[in-house]
Design a protein. Sequence first.
Length: 290
Amino acid sequence: MKILKELRSEDHSIKYLLKLDDGNTIETLYMHDEAMVLTYHSTVCVSSQVGCNIGCKFCATGEQGFIRNLTADEILEQVVLCNQYRLKSGLIPIDAVVFAGMGEPLLNFYNVRDAVFKIQSQFGIRDFELATVGVVPKIYEFIDCLKNTDTHMRINISIHATTNDQRRKLIPFNSKYGIEELIRAAIDFANSQSNKVRIRYMLLKGFNDSEADVLRLIELLKGKPLKLILSQYNDNHMDDLTPSGTLEIRNFYDKIKEEIDCEIFHNFGGDIRGGCGQLRRHRKIAAQYD
C-alpha cells in the first residue's frame, strides 16, 4: 500500500489517497480531535471497498462504481499507516476505528468483521463505529458475532429522509429495506450493545428540511434507543443537491431537540475533501486532463 497523496486540514485531520497492490485506490482519514469535539479523540476512518455499488445520489464514491471488496489485511493496513503518522507526530494513541470511508461495510461483512478483531488484537482498540445505509440481515449477524466479546461497536444508519418515497430518491437501496425495517433493526442492535444507535440525517435544502420532516422524525424516533445526528452535506456538486445552511440546520435542531435525543455533527476534513470518495474522484477527473 503506497501513499499517492496526503492532505492536511486546518482541523488537524489528514486525508490519504492510497494505492493498493493491484493499482486501485482508496481513501483513509485520520482525525486528531485536539478540541475534543468528537466522542473519540484519535480516530481512523477506513475504507472497506474499492468504490461502492449502493448508488447514493449524494456520494462521490458511488458515482465511481464498485470494483472489489478490501481484504481484512488491507483494512488493517490503513490503521497501521495512520498509527505510523501518529507516532511520528507525538499524538495520543488511536482510540477508535470507524468504517465510514469508501464502500458499504456491511456488503463486505466477513472481511470487516475479521478486520475488527485483527485491529483489536494488534492495537488493543476496543471501540469501533460503522456507517451503513442499512443492510438489515448483516446488522443481525453483527449482533451475533459480537456476543460474548469485549468489542464495542456503534452503528450509524444513514436515513436522510422521513418517508420511503423520499429516501429512494437519494438511496435506491431503500427498495430492499425500508425505513420501518431499519428502525426495528436499529432498536435490536442498540439493545444488544446497551448503547444507542445513531440515525444519521443529512439536511438538504428544500428536500428533507421541512416542518413535516421534523414531525415525522419525532414520530419515528421518540422513545426509542436511538440518537439523531444532523449533519451538513459535504458538497460533492452532484445531482443538484444543495446543503442546508448552518443557520437552517440549527433551526431544524431547535425544533426537534426537546422531543428526541439529537445533536449536530461536526464535519472533519471539509477543506481537504474529507467526504467519502472526494479525493479519489478529484484525482480521476484531473487525470483526464494530464
